[in-house]
Write a protein that binds this ligand. Structure first.
Ligand code: GLN
Length: 485
């Protein structure tokens, strides 16, 4: 039997009826992972997966994740399993402990199949900068299009039907943007809702764990397992965990959908505009009220520069431990500085070095006020603008990207509103720490295209409710790429 297009729920039913065993599912996922042509894997956990799956013999009818295979981005610490963050600086690194999300999934008896590729250290949005090279979009067999990043391998493995769900991370949009390009549901929770213990920090004031799945309810099932306070992560919330599936499929009649006019206006692609407007009609048919809300263009144009200053500054500080002594391969040198310089020169790509140079520059005492502090103040203005928009609506609804997955040869004008706003506005959810989800809304020339929903802090249940209605409207549930020949 082919399991590639089955959801967590469908697999769960088969497992409970003993029509398939966790071991059979794990073997099949490993076979597909080995045949993967999209460069989705850093490491296939064959030995570990078979050992874990073979012990799962008594089905747990009330545990939807029992025996379900998954993959995890290679910037999560995994005990005794090589973890590189797709960077040469961590080649050969084998962590001594599991990230809390990994521990929780293992305790739920889900079965890890492998570690997935990313843009080096999760910095990037293309899926082309990891040390193993480009990760491809499974929906484009000619290998000419981006799958997006930084969680490229997790997106590719889920879209290719190797696993029904995957973990990524999201600092600016790294789960939600690739989800749009790969026809997936891509979710980030409220900042602090899921423990980040064992997730390599990039920009801790923005970072969250991300979830990829092929339908909305599956994402809620995974959040049910991952959410909650963790004593190992002092930034994790003590707010009680809810059943995040409880509103899936419920009516949104009378609720207000807020479309940010200034974001929609930057969209140029006619097919994308049509797809988005069609989904708005769908929301109205479901009884929702569509309101246009406003975030000033001046604020939206400042998102990317603000993100760049804050993320590079935090990243510089967080990655100082990758010095060839505490972490990373040791290269000889006469002084600490020389050892560190040798390791970092060989260990990081140009792109990472550029970000570190910029981050250090923004933090230098003579520049700090003009760059770092100013960016922090602007972040506050951004968050206030988002809060103001929420006075007029219950959920903010926007296109997730300017178009379907672009080609590697496409270029964009980096100073245009289409790039600055349409391509980068998802970071609003990180600045404000809000839950946000991308859902496929159309196939445009057979390529998926997604839109994004965002609710107020800790309104994950409501977010999944809106998302499940959107999934109903588009009819694009459980999308899976055609099999590679
Ligand atoms: N594309 C963004 C960047 O380049 C976001 C990355 C992320 O969310 N990890 O940093």
């Amino acid at each position: 039997m082919n399991y590639r297009n089955l959801s967590i729920n469908e697999l769960h039913e088969l497992l409970v009826k003993k029509e398939v065993t966790p071991l059979e599912l794990a073997k099949e996922a490993i076979r597909l992972a080995k045949e993967d042509k999209n460069n989705a894997f850093e490491y296939i956990m064959e030995k570990e997966a078979l050992e874990i799956a073979s012990k799962l013999t008594v089905p747990e009818a009330n545990n939807p994740l029992w025996g379900i295979p998954f993959v995890i981005k290679d910037n999560f610490s995994t005990k005794d399993v090589p973890t590189t963050a797709s960077s040469n600086i961590l080649s050969g690194y084998v962590p001594l402990y599991d990230a809390t999300v990994m521990t929780k999934l293992l305790e739920a008896h889900a079965v890890p199949i492998g570690k997935t590729t990313l843009d080096e250290l999760a910095m990037g949005g293309t899926g082309t900068t990891g040390h193993l090279g480009t990760t491809f979009n499974p929906h484009d067999k000619s290998h000419t299009r981006y799958v997006g990043g930084s969680s490229c391998g997790s997106a590719a493995a889920t879209a290719a039907g190797i696993v029904p769900f995957a973990l990524g991370s999201d600092t600016g949009d790294s789960t939600r943007k690739p989800a749009s390009f790969a026809g997936l549901v891509g979710f980030k929770p409220t900042w602090s809702r899921i423990s980040r213990f064992g997730l390599f920090p990039f920009t801790p004031s923005l970072d969250t764990v991300g979830i990829f799945s092929r339908n909305v309810k599956d994402s809620a099932y995974v959040l049910n397992v991952l959410a909650g306070r963790d004593e190992k992560d002092s930034t994790s919330s003590t707010k009680p965990v809810e059943d995040y599936t409880s509103l899936v499929g419920k009516s949104i009649k009378g609720l207000r959908i807020g479309v940010v006019k200034e974001i929609l206006d930057t969209l140029k692609d006619k097919n994308a505009i049509d797809a988005f407007n069609k989904s708005l009609e769908g929301f109205k048919e479901k009884g929702a009220i569509v309101n246009y809300v406003h975030i000033p263009t001046e604020i939206l144009s400042s998102l990317l520069p603000t993100y760049f200053v804050l993320s590079c500054a935090e990243a510089t500080s967080n990655n100082a431990c990758l010095d060839g002594i505490k972490y990373g391969p040791y290269y000889d040198g006469k002084t600490y500085e020389e050892v560190m310089m040798n390791a970092r020169t060989k260990g990081f790509s140009e792109l990472i070095k550029r970000r570190f140079v910029f981050g250090s520059y923004a933090l230098m005492s003579e520049n700090k006020n003009e760059l770092f502090i100013r960016a922090q103040k602007n972040r506050r203005r951004i968050v206030e603008a988002v809060n103001k928009a929420f006075e007029e609506c219950d959920v903010i609804y926007t296109p997730a990207a300017p178009s379907v997955a672009p080609k590697f040869t496409d270029s964009s004008d980096r100073l245009s509103d289409e790039y600055l706003i349409a391509d980068n506005h998802l970071v609003l959810g990180n600045f404000a720490g809000l839950p946000s989800i991308t859902v496929p809304i159309a196939l445009i020339n057979e390529l998926p295209y997604g839109a994004n929903l965002m609710t107020k802090a800790f309104e994950e249940k409501e977010l999944f409710m809106f998302a499940s209605v959107l999934e109903d409207i588009s009819g694009l549930k459980n999308l899976v790429a055609k099999e590679d020949k």
